[in-house]
Design a protein around this ligand. Structure first.
Ligand code: ITT
Length: 187
């Protein structure tokens, strides 16, 4: 089957295409920027955005909103991850975490799906626990150089290369999506 993925982020589009391909789902990237409200949860952000995208993009389509939640910073940057990355970036996060011994964090991904014309929007989410590195390591996009996922052998997402897609927050959320669509990601 074929499904549209509406995102202005080419890295996300590429990752989703690779992950879903192994479930026999072909992704068509719709490079469209949509409004995102300020809210405390990714689910709220996604629900609002889905309303806006519905009617502008043909079904079936999905959107995805991701965020990194740092325990010692009470979940910051969370739903504000995009703004925080654009402003203080990885160096800013590392500075905020200087001298902080609790480095636990979580990357979370929420998908909003409209499976067919006139169908109700569905929202699903999944996350990966991990920790914030002492310094950026590896070459990758966004927070990849500073996030060390559990189960990744102590490497940052950026150091894992393609292996990121086997364990990432996005992978886990896309597994829920595939399941909903009656497919199974095998790789
Ligand atoms: P769209 O909303 O158009 O899909 P976006 O770049 O705004 O694109 P998000 O709101 O989902 O995407 O992500 C917020 C930011 O969090 C994003 O800009 C990155 O800086 C960071 N981010 C999200 N997923 C990531 C990942 O897998 N690895 C590293 N950083 C990530």
């Amino acid at each position: 089957m074929r499904i549209r993925f509406v995102t202005s982020n080419e890295h996300k589009a590429e990752e989703a295409a690779e992950i879903l391909r192994s479930g026999g789902i072909e992704v068509e990237w719709v490079d469209l920027e949509y409004p995102e409200i300020q809210a405390d949860s990714l689910e709220e952000v996604v629900s609002f955005s889905l309303e806006w995208v519905s009617g502008r993009v043909e079904t079936p389509f999905f959107i995805e909103d991701a965020g990194m939640f740092i325990d010692a910073l009470s979940g910051f940057p969370g739903p504000y991850s995009s703004y925080v990355f654009r402003t203080i970036g990885n160096q800013g996060i590392i500075r905020l975490m200087e001298g902080v011994s609790n480095r636990r964090a979580k990357f979370y991904s929420v998908i909003g799906l409209v499976a067919g014309r006139g169908m109700k929007a569905e929202v699903m989410g999944a996350g990966v626990p991990g920790r914030i590195a002492e310094r950026p390591r590896g070459i990758g996009w966004g927070f990849d150089p500073i996030f060390i996922p559990e189960g990744g052998g102590g490497l940052t997402y950026a150091e894992m290369g393609r292996r990121k897609n086997e364990i990432s927050h996005r992978r886990r959320a896309l597994e829920l999506l595939a399941d909903r669509l009656g497919a199974k990601i095998v790789k």
